[in-house]
Write a protein that binds this ligand. Structure first.
Ligand SMILES: [Fe+2]
Ligand SMILES: [Fe+2]
Length: 493
């Protein structure tokens, strides 16, 4: 997959960082390698920075995913790199301006450690641990190019945030962020205490060297939690902490639960399916789970219009198929309108927009295509029965579209046989692919095989057998595989 889309933002970011890091300043020189005037050492540092950036770009083009969401994350990563450079240079300039008075009880160069956990931790929370690790590596490189503080500080500034990032993997709570801060501080404390214990420092100094970085990293963890909402707003990204909040408490979810219980139940199942499938292919499972809860909020406009909320006569019996299809399709545009009104994140709005792609409302299209009483074939404009799209453009969006379709169609499947369920899921997925619904989506065939397996497992679990409680047995439900017709009748909307 080619990746040229972020070439310019990356190149500009690299140049800006070079300027931020290496531009000589009148105060430079006391604790920095960068002197007050450009000299060969500065030029060597600039060259090393460009070479490292070129190497990273080559790695990125070869191995990085390249869907729309990932490109946005990469651009945000470049912005955070610039922020990291500004913060680092700011710390050095401040240290220069005030001659960095280090109290006796602080280990030498303690001021260098203050920002160390902050930017990689924020990056890991907003963009994922892969980007967090990139910021750990660039942070150590920037430190080396700016000040070359020696192997021990470099080791500490590399391993400490890495430990924090690894501790922050998977679903995050605020407490987990604090624990990551404690872990990162413990690693930094161990490195500095080891450094001091090699020399002739007294035990008290070694203890302080171990404890001070620990305290600073914990302070950084509090700072991360304070700054996080601001950066989320500025960059349009969602941390796990925010996703968990959106998944457990929102007025729209309450409305779905009370006004459209069938849709609420469907959304819960889609969220569960999507999370399970996303975890199998390394996509962002928590985002899939949370955003899927909101994918059908547009049905709140008129819940009885949708089969899952209506046990009585269908309102569509009195409507022309084209009108019915348009009313069904409207749940997407109304969902986007509701999402805007309630200030849901942009990423959720993308899921709402794309969850039907450009598919056709099959049931009503088939109904409109039925021969007229005089036997003639009606002329039907297919475009009037199609969702406006666009098609899913990211792995997460594709997974939710597939989960939506499988969950809705599976209502008519009661078989527990794995071959039956596999054949059912495979046909639905094949239909979506043949209709071009996944053409813009970076899901690979290997991904689709894993998604299919995850869906089959989920359906097996849902259709599990239970003996009837004594005295409560009713007529046994027939076990059958859905026919093409009733799958269409249960077409997700
Ligand atoms: Fe749905
Ligand atoms: Fe829908």
């Amino acid at each position: 997959m080619k990746s040229k889309a972020n070439g310019w933002p990356f190149a500009i970011g690299v140049l800006v960082i070079a300027g931020v890091l290496f531009l000589p300043m009148p105060t430079a020189g006391a604790v920095m390698r960068i002197p007050q005037r450009v000299n060969p050492q500065t030029l060597a540092s600039v060259l090393a920075w460009f070479l490292a950036a070129a190497g990273f770009w080559g790695f990125k083009v070869r191995f990085w995913p390249n869907d729309r969401r990932e490109r946005r994350r990469f651009r945000n990563c470049v912005l955070l790199l610039v922020l990291q450079a500004i913060l680092l240079r700011g710390v050095f300039e401040t240290a220069n301006a005030y001659h960095a008075p280090i109290p006796d009880w602080l280990p030498a160069q303690a001021w260098v450690w203050v920002p160390w956990f902050l930017i990689p931790a924020l990056t890991g929370m907003l963009l994922g641990s892969r980007y967090g690790i990139v910021l750990c590596l660039t942070g150590a490189l920037m430190l080396y190019l700016l000040a070359d503080p020696g192997p021990w500080p470099l080791l500490g500034c590399l391993t400490s945030p890495l430990a924090g990032i690894l501790l922050m993997r998977r679903s995050l709570t605020r407490m987990r962020v604090l624990r990551a801060g404690i872990g990162a501080g413990a690693v930094l404390g161990m490195v500095t205490a080891s450094y001091y214990s090699i020399g002739t420092a007294p035990m008290a100094a070694i203890s302080v060297a171990g404890l001070v970085p620990w305290g600073l990293s914990l302070l950084c963890a509090f700072l991360v939690l304070a700054v996080l909402p601001v950066l989320e707003w500025m960059l349009g990204e969602l941390s796990d902490v925010t996703l968990i909040e959106y998944g457990t408490d929102h007025r729209l979810l309450d409305q779905l639960r009370t006004s459209a219980p069938g849709t609420w139940c469907h959304s819960l199942n889609v969220a569960d399916l999507a999370e399970k499938a996303a975890a199998q292919i390394g996509a962002r499972a928590l985002f899939c789970k949370t955003s899927a809860l909101y994918h059908d909020i547009g049905k709140l406009k008129d819940p009885p219009l949708f089969a899952e909320n209506n046990d009585g006569p269908s309102p569509h019996e009195a409507l022309e198929p084209q009108v019915s299809a348009q009313r069904i399709i409207e749940h997407v545009s109304y969902g986007i309108e509701l999402a805007r009104r309630h200030r849901l994140p942009k990423a959720f709005r993308e899921i709402i927009t794309e969850h039907h792609g450009v598919s056709v409302v099959r049931f009503f299209y088939a109904k409109a295509c039925q021969p007229l009483p005089d036997g003639t074939q009606p002329r039907v404009n297919r475009a009037l029965f199609c969702y406006p799209g666009p098609a899913p453009s990211s792995k997460e969006s594709g997974i939710i579209a597939l989960a939506d379709c499988v969950e809705a169609a599976s209502r008519s499947v009661s078989s527990r046989s794995e071959p039956d369920l596999r054949a059912f899921v495979r046909k639905l997925l094949a239909d979506r692919i043949s209709e071009g619904e996944l053409a813009e989506c970076p899901l690979t065939l290997a991904d689709l095989a894993k998604i299919e397996a995850a869906f089959v497992e989920w359906l097996k679990g849902r259709n599990h057998f239970r003996p009837a409680y004594p005295g409560t047995a009713t007529q046994a439900a027939p076990v059958h595989l859905a026919t093409a017709e009733n799958q269409q009748a249960r077409q997700p909307a």
